[in-house]
Design a protein around this ligand. Structure first.
Ligand SMILES: CC(C)(COP(=O)(O)OP(=O)(O)OC[C@H]1O[C@@H](n2cnc3c(N)ncnc32)[C@H](O)[C@@H]1OP(=O)(O)O)[C@@H](O)C(=O)NCCC(=O)NCCS
Length: 162
């Protein structure tokens, strides 16, 4: 059975063992500890199968932040490659929406790159709407093999009224 919960120190240890990230999870944890973000992990029993971050300070992109000042943003959404297409991403988004509603937030943003039409289609299906607000950023991430990669994205903010 799947469970989604905020990552704690015990979870972090299992996460690092089962799904190594070369310190990405530690970075997420540090931001959660400052209170600026919530780091949710989806578990199938003892197996971590998906992650995501809710940024309480709002949109990471400057233009999106200015255009949608009251919104929070979910980013770093990732489901393990072998577990994609099983509803885990959908469940994570729903859990983030619940968290945001619990704090009286009425707008949530998912930013999606033009090169990621599958994720975009999913978010539109979940009720997120195009805004035409596009921010460009460069970021690094670890792929499923633990290899650090850099990417530059032109991401459009998709917004949902909660
Ligand atoms: C995008 C992502 C988080 C969605 O999670 P998920 O658990 O696969 O999504 P769900 O099972 O809830 O929904 C399935 C839908 O997601 C979309 N999707 C996006 N990428 C997908 C992938 N690699 N495999 C399967 N479905 C994918 C499809 O539209 C799919 O719809 P379908 O079942 O009608 O084909 C996940 O696929 C992922 O980690 N992708 C790589 C990283 C990424 O793109 N992150 C998002 C950045 S904005």
């Amino acid at each position: 059975m799947m469970e989604i919960r905020a990552c704690d120190a015990g979870d972090l240890e299992v996460l690092n063992r089962e799904w190594p990230s070369n310190d990405v999870w530690e970075g997420h944890m540090r931001r959660q500890l400052t209170g600026e973000a919530t780091f949710l992990v989806a578990w199938d029993g003892d197996e971590p199968v998906g992650v995501g971050m809710l940024q309480w300070k709002g949109c990471a992109g400057e233009k999106a932040h200015a255009a949608l000042p009251g919104a929070v943003e979910v980013n770093h959404l990732q489901v393990r490659e072998s577990r994609r297409g099983q509803g885990i991403g959908t469940a994570l988004v729903a859990a983030f929406e619940e968290l945001a509603r619990g704090r009286g937030i009425t707008q949530m943003v998912l930013a999606v790159d033009a090169d990621n039409p599958a994720a975009r289609a999913l978010y539109l299906r979940l009720g997120y709407e195009a805004t035409g607000v596009v921010d460009t950023y460069t970021y690094s991430y670890r792929d499923d093999d633990g290899v650090e990669r850099q990417a530059t994205e032109a991401s459009e903010a998709l917004v949902k009224e909660l």
